[in-house]
Design a protein around this ligand. Structure first.
Ligand code: GLV
Ligand code: MN
Ligand code: MN
Ligand code: MN
Length: 417
């Protein structure tokens, strides 16, 4: 394809080294079932961050980190006045995460830096690789917290004050692993942002496409729900006198499911976190805390789903004598990516002859917030069975390599503009 004559030349990534990096970093937080448990700002996260610094420095990059612990590995360009073309993703995982979610984007970017370094290819812009802190949101809600601060969606103060379910403050955890940097998060001009990721859904694999040209990300909202009833003796409290918070919760979980099904196939709804108190087998549960995750490509549908959930909760509360509070803790509207960046990805995929299709992301990514501050897009590759947020998550080495090659060419294309 002529569009890439001269762009990228023959430079391609070393897929073998990229795969070896995936296996090597999978040691940090490895689970017996072959997945990774690398919650943000834990010892395992510190280990992989230290590895990131060592490895990027060995490729001639300068590595810094900001006040939210976001890491930046910069390869100099020929024009020091230009801001960097960036690539990034995250190295944190879910509690039972796999070896690819997030990691492919960081290590794929590393493969790009290595290809540039080893080929001696110069770029006008610096090329920079970013590891964002706390993309998953499973330890500290919400997800994409530090790219959110970077983009000005959250204040740093509110982010630092977040606590995990054990009451540990984000700031203390960040300082604890030695990654609270001096550069103020967001004080970092960027020319463009590209994120490589596994699809985390079934479409590319089913259609035998190697590359997903990501045109945007669906909207998502997170809620925290507290259901207050009354603790009671499991043997001596008659059924009619109970205010059972867990039974009320069961009805609300069912409501989330049926509301999402009503708006399917676009919509999804999930209750993923639940804490039952006092959680004792002979006590009628007096209090339950749970999360709700609602998503749809159309923000208006999410608003309707929220209304339906609130009215279900009002009904359960009045029927069961429970007190139910619903707090919206995260609202990430649907995002459309930059047409020029999307085009660069499409042309890069074509130039390699990789089968590709346009796709909208069901998962959240740091690219959502980056899209608000710089031309941004994403590149998807297939994952087996569309399975993700699961220790069995897997992807083919050839697809990972293909994704990194597309990332490389898209970055070089952006550099030429
Ligand atoms: C983060 O991984 C999300 O999409 O929830
Ligand atoms: Mn991810
Ligand atoms: Mn994830
Ligand atoms: Mn995600």
């Amino acid at each position: 394809m002529s569009g890439f004559d001269g762009i990228g030349g023959n430079v391609t990534v070393d897929g073998g080294k990229l795969w070896a990096d995936i296996l090597e970093t999978a040691r940090f937080g490895a689970t017996p079932k072959g997945g990774i448990r690398r919650l943000t700002l834990t010892e395992e996260d510190r280990q992989v961050r230290d590895w990131f610094i060592r490895t990027c420095e060995a490729l001639g990059c300068v590595v810094t980190f900001d006040s939210m612990g976001n890491q930046f590995a910069r390869r100099a360009g020929t024009d020091p006045s230009l801001p960097p073309i960036t690539m990034g993703s995250h190295l944190d995982t879910q509690p039972t995460g796999g070896k690819f979610d997030g990691i492919v984007g960081v290590l794929g970017g590393l493969a790009v830096l290595r290809a540039l370094h080893e080929s001696g290819r110069e770029t006008r812009h610096p090329v920079e690789l970013i590891n964002w802190t706390n993309e998953e949101g499973s330890r500290f809600a919400p997800a994409m917290l530090s790219s959110g601060v970077f983009a000005g969606v959250f204040t740093e103060e509110e982010a630092l004050a977040k606590t995990d379910r054990d009451g540990v403050r984000f700031e203390d955890a960040l300082v604890g692993i030695g990654y609270r940097g001096a550069e103020r998060c967001g004080d970092h001009p960027i020319a463009a942002y590209f994120e490589l990721h596994i699809e985390q859904g079934p479409i590319l694999e089913a259609e035998r496409k190697t590359i997903g040209v990501v045109t945007g990300v669906q909207g998502m909202r997170w809620y925290e729900v507290t259901v207050i009833g009354r603790d009671g003796h499991a043997g001596a409290t008659p059924m009619a006198l109970r205010a059972d918070a867990l039974v009320g919760t069961a009805k609300l979980i069912e409501a989330v499911q049926s509301i999402a099904l009503k708006h399917a196939p676009g919509a999804v709804g999930t209750v993923g976190l639940l804490e039952n108190r006092p959680n004792s087998r002979n006590v009628v549960p007096g209090e339950v805390f749970f999360s709700v995750d609602l998503r749809d490509p159309d923000d208006a549908v999410i608003v309707r789903m929220e209304e339906a959930f609130r009215s279900a909760a009002a009904q359960v509360a009045s029927e069961s004598g429970l007190e139910i509070t619903i707090k919206l803790v995260w609202d990430s509207p649907a995002v459309r990516f930059d047409p020029t960046c999307i085009d660069a990805v499409r042309r890069a995929a074509d130039s390699f002859g990789y089968p590709a299709r346009d796709i909208v992301s069901g998962a959240g990514h740091d690219a959502v917030y980056m899209a608000g501050v710089t031309p941004t897009t994403m590149i998807f590759i297939p994952c087996a069975g569309g399975v993700s947020h699961n220790e069995e998550e897997s992807a083919e080495a050839d697809d990972v390599t293909a994704g990194a090659n597309v990332l490389l060419r898209a970055v070089l294309d952006a550099d030429e503009r």
